[in-house]
Structures are given as C-alpha cells and as structure tokens.
Design a protein around this ligand. Structure first.
Ligand code: SF4
Length: 212
C-alpha cells in the first residue's frame, strides 16, 4: 500500500473508532498531564487497558505530581495497583521514577527523549508514548497492534517492532505520527483483532488486503 492511501485509511479509521474501546477508556480515565501520562504508561506495561483504566482513574484523579505520589503510603499504592499484578514491582518503579524526577528534573517530566530514557524503568516504548501523548512530538510508538496492522495493510514489510518504528518514523509525515498509534491500537483491539475480525462493521473494507 502506498503511504498516501495508508494516510487516508488512518483518517477513515479515526473517524469511526468505537467510543467504548479499552484504549479510549484509558485515554479518558484520569486527569492527564505529562506526569500522569508517564505514570499510567508505566502501569500499563503488561496489563490490559481496561484494567489500567480503572486503576488510573482511582489513583490519578487525586495524585497529579511526583510529590503527591511519594506522599501516598506505599501499602495503599500497592493495594490500588494490585488488579494489574506485579504490584510491588510496579509501585517501586512509580516511586523510583518519581524520586528521580524530583532529584534531577525539578519534579517535571523532561521533554527530551534521551532524558526520559535515562530514568530507570523507562524504556523505548514508554518514552515514545510519553513524547507523543504528553508533548505532541510526533514520535510513532510501535506496539503489537501497530506492527501487525501496518504490515497487514502492506505500508511496511518488517519483522520486528523496532524495525517498524524506524521505517514508520521515516515515511509517515509528522502531522500523522501522533494519531497513528492510538488509532491503530483501538482498531486492533476492537475491530481487526489478532484472533477475530469484525469485517461486518469495519470502515476500511475497501482497503483490506483480504478483499483485494
Ligand atoms: S475488513 Fe476485516 S480483516 Fe480487513 S481490515 Fe477490516 S476487520 Fe480487518
């Protein structure tokens, strides 16, 4: 598929996204600022979006800064995170990242990707999501849905998330980069899922390789 066709496909999917999808629920679950976006991204690793949405709504409607998180009792933090699993490890990561933000960045989330990656517990995927969602920096975060669907539609032909990230960030215009991840994650969770496809409600059947 040519890049121009893929951009049209993205716009069509975006206009028709289901409002009750897990990723949409997560996006709307809490008061968002760069700090809460970073914390929720860390919480969401290896957890389902619908579970993360519930935990995030509980935790981050009141906690908005690293100071507030560090003042929150550790036991209560672990208890709140428990539905996601690995609560001790996740609580420790949230606290360590918050401490590092206080010590090295005046309590602010850095806008620079290298600085974000210097925080223990923050990897490439988390840094890309934060740069994208918190600072609108137009970096495409590639997860399993983005990798799978971009290859499925044929705009790329890659073997790994890392390779997909490199090529997508080269070929997709900056104005489309921030929406690409969210649009394809919601589409991949709800309509064109890995195990079953709801082709009867799909808004882009005319672009689908199955129908070509
Ligand atoms: S028509 Fe079906 S297989 Fe094709 S993109 Fe839509 S949901 Fe996926």
């Amino acid at each position: 598929m040519q890049v121009d066709d893929f951009l049209t496909l993205l716009e069509t999917i975006e206009k028709n996204l289901p409002k009750d999808s897990p990723a949409m629920m997560l996006k709307n679950a809490y008061k968002r600022n760069p700090y809460t976006i970073l914390m929720v991204t860390l919480l969401s690793l290896r957890a389902r979006d619908e579970h993360t949405a519930k935990v995030a709504a509980k935790l981050f409607n009141t906690i908005q800064t690293p100071q507030e998180l560090l003042a929150f009792p550790v036991e209560a933090l672990e208890e709140t995170i428990k539905p996601l699993g690995m609560q001790k490890q996740k609580a420790r990561t949230l606290r360590e990242v918050s401490e590092a933000l206080m010590e090295r960045f005046d309590g602010e989330v850095p806008k620079n990707k290298e600085a974000l990656l210097s925080l223990k517990g923050v990897g490439e995927k988390t840094a890309n999501i934060v740069m994208n969602n918190a600072f609108d920096q137009g970096v495409i975060a590639v997860d399993t849905h983005v990798h799978r669907l971009c290859n499925f539609f044929g705009v790329i032909d890659t073997k790994s998330d890392k390779e997909s990230s490199k090529i997508l960030n080269e070929i997709i215009p900056p104005s489309y980069r921030s929406k690409l991840n969210f649009t394809l994650v919601v589409f991949g969770q709800t309509i064109c899922t890995p195990k079953s496809q709801k082709c009867e409600i799909c808004p882009v059947t005319h672009f689908c390789p199955k129908n070509v």
